[in-house]
Design a binder for this molecule. Sequence first.
Ligand SMILES: [Zn+2]
Length: 349
Amino acid sequence: MVKVSEAPRQAHPMAPLFWHQGLWQQLDQRLQAGRFPHATLLTGTAGIGKATLAQAFAARMLCQSPRSENALQLACGHCKQCALVTGEGHPDLRLIRPETGRVIKVDQIRELIRFAQQSPQVAKRKLVILDSADQLNVSAANALLKTLEEPVANTFLLLLHQGGRPLLPTIRSRCQQLRLAGPDRQQGLDWLASHNQQDSHSHGAALDWAAGAPLHALELLQQDSLGQRQLCLDALQGYLKRELDLGTAVRPFQKLTQEEALDLLLLWAHDLVRARVSTDQVRDRSAAAMLGYLAGKQPADTLHHLYEATLEARRGLIYNLNPELELMALLNQWQDLMRPSGGKSPVTR
Ligand SMILES: [Zn+2]
């Protein structure tokens, strides 16, 4: 059993992750200058720290006496407002996120509108964090537009949006947009090492799978997803060698979340393109032999096509009603890569 030193996401973080400190200072300067936008759209890869930043900054905006730490103005953690934020809940802070069915429904936005129209109860301002703005259904998005078009004084919206997913242009255009970056690779690895005791090889593998997003990588490590990943790789290789049928090969992928399964296929498809240049460029070393072999069989166009198809499947994920079929279609595309040479394949485990 892997021991984890501390939870990656506190319920109400009071400080940003270190790779967002510069962004925090920019936000704070706007706040102090009285120029904080009514609606801010924070965009970035899943697990990069959007929610941590939004929650910590909301706490800072509600706090009565922010403290200074490393040149950052942070919520003090002790005042009445902070006690409400970290305790039973602050009446002037709302968090809206998808309910069952993975969409934000119009009722949730109507509740947001009612909240926005009230005066603050105990703080100077009101804050709404809308997590996963990309999962608003159409009527919810239209209802939200009304709020964005008619800003209420001292009410601030922080919308979180996973990069690469569609968002109504009318919503996007009414928000101040901020794209959140992650740490560089070494910083990401250092952060993982301080939160997880597995070896550096595992940290690197999880970070690649998570597209460089450290919080997501930590979740993968904590769920022992790397073991499941090996089962997926074995299954894909078995399918390529025709030792497994498609229905059997897809099963290990279905044990992952849809996001994780598609991210894994995306990592391998991307590595396949890189392997066309050199197998040294393959990040997932356990898949390097397979990827090198396949890349050598196919023109670059074909490899790019698989990568594009996987990327499209990943982006369209929330609209996909049959993930099993999607995964099977992608595995079939991998099988197609085996075709031209024919005969017995030297794919290795
Ligand atoms: Zn405080």
